[in-house]
Design a protein around this ligand. Structure first.
Ligand code: NAD
Ligand code: LMR
Length: 329
């Protein structure tokens, strides 16, 4: 007998990431081939016409697992009794907009959506925030959802993790799956820190295998950190298919388990590694039985500690700016 359908909300559902995400979701790439899906598609009123086109295309795929599709511009309707949410929709940076303006616009969105999750989502809901600034948006949503269990709301740093894994594997001349215990720390921004210090290939040190510290520090770290900008410049639009793929990887591993592999997730800090408690920060985790657990007790070398501290400082500043906006509201 098939499983009961999962109810899954996607915000920003008429946007370009969602266009790469929804079809894979409906195909079973997150919840598996035996779990039907009820989709809730949330977007702004002015995007509802375009959203109907996406619904037509989903219908036209005749996905056996897709049992229903509901479209709405109301988060309370979208999040009612949901099992999972991909919060992709956010306010993009407009010309002349300061970072603070962007934070303010998004803090308002994620305050509303966090409160709606708090009011109507299942208590076991798993939420992934993709919309930028993803870590701080997730932090705002958590503040507005005090009745959800700690750990219900996470942010995406998996794209940076996948970017780093691909570059490391290519440099080492090994399949990407062979790279294990890779960690991406910090903010999903150019301050994020790709850490190879614990990474292995078939039990051997990845750093030892590549044996080029200068390449790691001067090429790998900045290239991964600036990859989003490079894609934006080349495509004329920000990464979409790779972002959707990372969102699917994040949620699939959270739901189905990571089989002992480390996967980087933006999660509310439990105070380890000098990351202030509650700050939503990229850390290595493992996932099992529907629960993620940050990897604890790692020895961080001075270079990694400094990289992480710089990204944490940026996150503290973003959090404080969002806090000021919420206090003014
Ligand atoms: N965390 C990551 O790794 C990562 C990677 C790539 C992109 N992003 C971010 O993801 C976001 C979406 O990117 P995209 O390329 O799909 O953008 P897009 O502009 O194509 O789509 C965004 C959609 O969100 C909708 N939207 C805006 N405000 C909303 C709200 N309050 N409620 C519901 N829907 C709303 C818009 O109408 C639009 O349809 C951006 O913030 C982008 O910077 C994050
Ligand atoms: O949308 C962006 O600013 C870039 C995006 O977050 C990315 O990492 O590709």
């Amino acid at each position: 007998m098939p499983n009961a359908p999962v109810k899954v909300a996607v915000s920003g559902a008429a946007g370009q990431i969602a266009y790469a995400l929804l079809f894979r979701l409906a195909q079973g790439d997150v919840f598996g081939p035996d779990t039907p899906i009820d989709l809730r598609l949330l977007d702004l009123p002015q995007a509802q016409a375009a959203l109907q086109g996406v619904v037509m295309e989903l219908d036209d795929c005749a996905f056996p697992l897709l049992t229903s599709i509901q479209t709405t511009d109301d988060p309370i309707i979208a999040f009612d009794d949901i099992d999972a949410a991909f919060l992709v929709g956010s306010r993009p940076r407009a010309k002349g907009m300061e970072r603070r303006d962007l934070l303010a616009a998004n803090a308002a969105i994620f305050k509303t959506q966090g409160a709606a999750l708090n009011a109507v989502a299942k208590r076991s809901v798993k939420v992934l925030v993709v919309g930028n600034p993803a870590n701080t948006n997730a932090w705002v949503a958590i503040q507005s959802a005090p009745d959800l269990p700690p750990g219900a709301i996470t942010s995406m740093i998996r794209l940076d993790h996948n970017r780093a894994a691909a570059q490391f594997a290519r440099r080492a001349g090994v399949p990407v799956d062979a790279v294990e215990k890779l960690a991406v720390w910090g903010n999903h921004s150019p301050t994020m820190f790709a850490d190879w210090s614990h990474a292995t290939v078939e039990g051997q040190s990845l750093a030892g295998l590549i044996n080029d510290e200068t390449w790691y520090r001067d090429t790998l770290i900045p290239e991964v950190a600036r990859r989003g900008t490079a894609v934006l410049e080349a495509r004329g639009a920000s990464s979409a298919a790779s972002a959707a793929n990372a969102a699917i990887n994040h949620m699939r591993d959270w739901v189905q388990g990571s089989n002992g592999r480390w996967v980087s997730m933006g999660v509310a800090s439990i105070g380890q590694y000098d990351i202030p408690e509650g700050l939503v920060c990229g850390v290595p985790t493992t996932c099992r039985d529907g629960v993620y657990a940050p990897v604890t007790g790692l020895e961080l070398d001075a270079f990694t500690r400094a990289g992480l501290a710089a990204s944490v400082q940026e996150l503290i500043e973003e959090r404080d700016a969002a806090l000021a906006v919420l206090a003014d509201a």
